[in-house]
Write a protein that binds this ligand. Structure first.
Ligand code: ZN
Length: 208
């Protein structure tokens, strides 16, 4: 029997009832207005409306910034696959979004692969509209994982130093010649995950 007094089942804005699990479930939204923080359980539609009025600031490391080590402008960019998996989007969400086309080659196989890179801040803005804010994106990740039998199907985007190194090497490869710093290259993954190697040397070796 459903618990009719459970506030998690009822949207506190439109008053409609929803399942307590899934993409539609009401989620706790904290919105501060003139120093007063208000918390409400809001459904997907009402979250979209609320966040349309009260825009969330971008999470750390998503917007463009100046790299304090190299002095370059870094624009965090992600691939289509990452946008799909980390932000629970489908092709139709970013088909018309601005992107750059990069390439990486697998010399042993003689192939050159093209990779579209999207600005992560654009992806985050779209995902927030689709899922109703950051709480909605986090919930969507859980829902996808739940649909897949609890498997972590939707990894969260990297944070901290790994994010910094990922964005630094992606920007360097892009600036060098529209190359993609694919994580399948050991020199790229070692730099991103362990800080191994010197960026300028890695880029120069790859570019030659
Ligand atoms: Zn509602």
């Amino acid at each position: 029997m459903p618990n009719r007094s459970n506030p998690r089942l009822t949207c506190q804005s439109c008053g409609e009832r929803f399942p307590n699990r899934g993409f539609e479930q009401p989620l706790l939204v904290n919105i501060g207005w003139r120093g007063v923080l208000q918390s409400h359980f809001l459904c997907l539609q009402c979250r979209r409306k609320a966040y349309n009025t009260f825009q969330e600031p971008l999470p750390p490391g998503i917007d463009a910034y100046t790299d304090h080590i190299h002095g370059h402008t870094i624009v965090p960019r992600i691939t289509e696959t990452e946008a799909r998996r980390q932000y629970c989007l489908t092709d139709c969400h970013f088909r018309d979004m601005p992107h750059v086309i990069t390439a990486y080659s697998v010399r042993s196989a003689g192939h050159v692969y093209k990779v579209k890179l999207y600005e992560e801040r654009d992806i985050v803005r779209v995902a927030r509209r689709v899922w109703g804010g950051d709480v909605g994106i986090a919930n969507a990740r859980e829902c996808y994982s739940w649909q897949n039998g609890g498997v972590t199907y939707t990894p969260t985007p990297p944070v901290g130093i790994e994010r910094v190194r990922r964005d630094r090497i992606r920007q360097a490869f892009l600036d060098w010649g529209f190359y993609f710093a694919t994580p399948t290259l050991p020199c790229v993954s070692n730099y991103v995950n362990y800080g191994q190697g010197q960026l300028s040397r890695i880029v120069a070796i790859y570019g030659n």
